[in-house]
Design a protein around this ligand. Structure first.
Ligand code: MG
Ligand code: MG
Length: 260
């Protein structure tokens, strides 16, 4: 189902979005060599509790996972890119960590993800992360009334092509608002000028993610963690965006991005 939101409803999603941005800023700050993924989960959990925010992941039980998810954040390291189950793992120098979180405050959802490098960055990892961030900004730029859904997908795949990264289209962006996943699906691969016409009030989670050398994925035995099929490193950038009369409004911007 696709539900157009009123400006007042978008403002409520923005309240949630600001909090999601704070959590991801904090996770990025804490992600240092020697820190365990379970500590990051605990920290996120206490932030949600203090804020009275409800996790959209807790008890999430889609067809692919093994039983309900019992964490508030997805943490995916190196070749893992999506739905990473927080587990007993201590971050090492040079690890690439993707953190993804969706919460609901007073019934309104926001969803965002970022990838950071722990310790010493490798040039090829910096480049990969930059590609997903640029793809996300290109997608946001096209999220305007009158454009088509395919324009967003095409903008993402064009950046990937520039960098020479293949694109998987099994998992992509989505509508959201009252729940974490609403219509429409937003593929990271597509043709400009095709698909739904974008209208004010449409709220979308846009989320390019790339693996360096493959568009194929494999699942861990836990049924959650998704990795690149060839073990190459991955990155993921996501924002919740509202399409307004005045253009795209990013609801999950982090302070560090605003000052960049
Ligand atoms: Mg997400
Ligand atoms: Mg999402």
């Amino acid at each position: 189902m696709i539900e157009l939101k009123t400006p007042a409803e978008i403002e409520r999603m923005h309240v949630t979005g600001r909090f999601v941005a704070e959590v991801l800023s904090e996770v990025g700050r804490l992600a240092e060599v020697g820190v365990n993924l379970l500590d990051l989960e605990d920290h996120a959990r206490s932030m949600l509790k203090r804020r009275g925010a409800e996790s959209c992941y807790w008890d999430y039980a889609p067809s692919f996972g093994n039983g309900p998810f019992r964490n508030v954040i997805c943490l995916s390291v190196n070749d893992a890119v999506l739905h990473g189950l927080p587990h007993d793992y201590t971050l090492r120098d040079g690890d690439v960590l993707s953190a993804d979180i969706a919460v609901s405050i007073d019934g309104w959802v926001a969803d965002s993800a970022r990838t950071v490098i722990v310790g010493t960055p490798a040039d090829e990892d910096v480049r990969l992360i930059r590609a997903t961030e640029e793809a996300l900004e290109a997608a946001i730029e096209t999220a305007r009334p009158g454009n088509r859904l395919g324009d967003i997908s095409a903008a993402i795949s064009a950046v990937a092509a520039d960098y020479g990264y293949p694109v998987n289209d099994e998992f992509g962006g989505h509508g959201l608002g009252r729940t974490m996943h609403e219509g429409p699906h937003v593929s990271n691969k597509g043709k400009a000028g095709r698909g739904l016409t974008l209208r004010p009030g449409l709220t979308l989670a846009l989320e390019p993610w790339f693996a360096r050398t493959t568009d194929r994925i494999v699942y861990d035995p836990d049924g959650w963690t998704i990795r690149s099929a060839d073990g190459s490193r991955t990155a993921h950038s996501e924002h919740t965006v509202a399409i307004t009369e005045d253009g795209p409004l990013v609801l999950t911007r982090r302070e560090s991005e605003l000052s960049a």
